[in-house]
Design a binder for this molecule. Sequence first.
Ligand SMILES: *[C@@H]1O[C@H](CO)[C@@H](O)[C@H](O)[C@H]1NC(C)=O
Ligand SMILES: *[C@@H]1O[C@H](CO)[C@@H](O)[C@H](O)[C@H]1NC(C)=O
Ligand SMILES: *[C@@H]1O[C@H](CO)[C@@H](O)[C@H](O)[C@H]1NC(C)=O
Ligand SMILES: *[C@@H]1O[C@H](CO)[C@@H](O)[C@H](O)[C@H]1NC(C)=O
Ligand SMILES: *[C@@H]1O[C@H](CO)[C@@H](O)[C@H](O)[C@H]1NC(C)=O
Ligand SMILES: *[C@@H]1O[C@H](CO)[C@@H](O)[C@H](O)[C@H]1NC(C)=O
Length: 662
Amino acid sequence: MSLKIISVLFLLVRIVASEDTSFIYNGFHSSPVHLDGIAEFTPNGLLRLTNDTTQQKGHAFYPNPIPFKNTFNRSVSSFSTTFVFAIRSEYPNLSGHGIVFVVAPTKGLPNSVPSQYLGLFNRTNNGNYNNHVFGVEFDTIQSNEFDDTNDNHVGININNLRSVKSAPAGYFNDGGFKNLSLSSGDPMQVWVEYDGVNKQINVTLAPIIVDKPEKPLLSFTKDLSPILNNNMYVGFSSSTGSVLTSHYVLGWSFKINGQAQQLAISELPKLPRFSEKKECKFLTIGLPLISLNLVFVITLSVAYFVKRKKKFAELLEDWEEEYGPRRFRYKDIYFATKGFKEKELLGSGGFGRVYKGVMPISKTKIAVKRVSHGSRQRVRQFVAEIVSIGRLRHRNLVPFLGYCRRQGELLLVYDLMPNGSLDKYLYNQPRVTLNWNQRFRIIKGVASGLHYLHEEWEQVVVHRDIKASNVLLDAELNGRLGDFGLARLYDHGSNPQTTHVVGTLGYLAPEHARTGKATTSSDVFAFGAFLLEVVCGRRPIEHIGESESVILVDSVYDWWKRGEILIAKDPNLGSDYRSEEVKLVLKLGLLCSQSEPLVRPSMREVVQYLEMDVPLPDLSSSGLFFGYQEPFQKFPLSYASSIDRPFSYTSSIADSILSGGR
Ligand SMILES: *[C@@H]1O[C@H](CO)[C@@H](O)[C@H](O)[C@H]1NC(C)=O
Ligand SMILES: *[C@@H]1O[C@H](CO)[C@@H](O)[C@H](O)[C@H]1NC(C)=O
Ligand SMILES: *[C@@H]1O[C@H](CO)[C@@H](O)[C@H](O)[C@H]1NC(C)=O
Ligand SMILES: *[C@@H]1O[C@H](CO)[C@@H](O)[C@H](O)[C@H]1NC(C)=O
Ligand SMILES: *[C@@H]1O[C@H](CO)[C@@H](O)[C@H](O)[C@H]1NC(C)=O
Ligand SMILES: *[C@@H]1O[C@H](CO)[C@@H](O)[C@H](O)[C@H]1NC(C)=O
């Protein structure tokens, strides 16, 4: 053989060996990507690894094998990849299971199982040296069997779901570490880089709007040469557990021996809008919890299942399908509240009991209201309203997460507000009182929340039960309006229907008590009572004997007439307050408490007064009109006494809505 031919052959080999595979997908429009499991492309070019189906897996692989090893020294070459992903689940902060960037010897991973195995391995082959699998997992569930750090972590996996290195999801920026929630639904970009000389793996994560952080989230030194074969496939694996979750990849770029080409972020396909992300039904009952060990599940007896099914039986009718995302499983709520244990009780009254709880998987803290209901017809209307109300989003409203229905019982699930209700800080010898700045901030927050309900949302929402015990305090002591279960919706411009009178005595506008019509101005009246309550640290009506009671607005009005309105303020405020602000709020309270609805300010005006954008009108010239006492006297005494029990009065409201009171 001539030397020439040998050298040509040699050259050919060199060309093949140094061929630097690279590809880029800015969206997956008619892409030759190999899919299996439930993976699919959406019409607008998203790669959806899992759709809304539980306990399933999905894979997507670049169709051609990639030569990962250098032909001469058989060591794994440097490689780099970047991709954008998003995890969308039916519940906020409750997801399952995760997504993995994977380098594997085969397209797809046969015999792998979903849930905590992420579609990578199964019970027998997990950890096996012969897997030849390298992965980077973005895991939203804490699986203790694999020593997961938490339920929101990134890990490097080598042949094993027990990560060799992992960290809570986040990124380094401006010298600090910023947390990221993988299941937030927001797109995030990932960079995985391997340095073939220094044998170093770096994994970096960032929100899509942030440039690649300099410091990687994970850095791990390991020679991948013994792990990977010469030819490998690259792709993604994803799996769902018990929570309906979609895992999306928006774009992906990869390169051997060099930097992966940058993605054109602006060209990536758009994720579905949050409200549309779900079209499916979920009717499954009795699926085992993810964390339950498989063996345990198998050994469960049939009898156990029957009993369990009865215990967790819930009502689910066709009309509820559209509320999928808002519908919780009774079982989850049951476990969250430890079976509605007395210890988890937050409050109770005629209306129902309120329990605190922690969702089993996401660890989201919740408050669950148990309302009993009679008529099916009513409950349907009620659920429609509450789900609609659940779409309200404002920083001064308690987030409504969802509901669940059982025979004769409705469960409403809210975000837990760690600091409880405001009334506990105001009267009955509070253990902690709030200073003026805190109270003023709460007042402004509640005003802003109520303004949103009245004017800023697509429909007018009349709250109907504004009072201190319905204002809850979050971790930062922001005031948030709660108890939307009692609000009713009116389309803009339409006439409010006449209903049974709802609300709480002392906050009830006279025209509301008289006509039964709740309006935005009856909410303003209640807000006025609330303002006085917060500044004075007293209830709107206090009983000081068998038949005698002190009406707060009267005494504030009297002090104002004498030119000494500041005397009305809560003595617990001490001396650390701005008298201008205190006076403003007290006078505004009087203005809102006028018996004539037309002269009360709107919530928009209230917000402007509180922000001091607009000066308060002069009270003496506006001729305050109070004729509120008369309608109160029409109530039987038992109604009046119910104000001592925060939830009891509301029972009549729930009853009126739920049992045909319209
Ligand atoms: C999810 O994917 C599976 C398999 O492709 C399909 O049968 C099912 O209808 C899909 N479900 C939804 C809600 O798209
Ligand atoms: C293997 O060979 C390639 C090309 O000759 C070289 O770039 C690389 O550094 C080598 N790797 C090791 C570990 O020597
Ligand atoms: C989800 O969790 C993140 C971080 O813990 C938090 O900032 C966010 O408010 C949560 N979202 C909801 C809807 O609970
Ligand atoms: C697990 O996967 C391995 C290799 O893919 C396969 O040989 C084995 O049968 C699987 N085991 C089970 C229990 O599915
Ligand atoms: C980030 O999350 C961790 C727990 O995952 C928590 O301990 C830490 O306080 C969070 N940091 C910030 C800045 O929110
Ligand atoms: C990994 O990160 C370290 C620290 O920032 C850096 O020095 C190194 O060059 C990075 N390696 C790769 C392969 O990107």
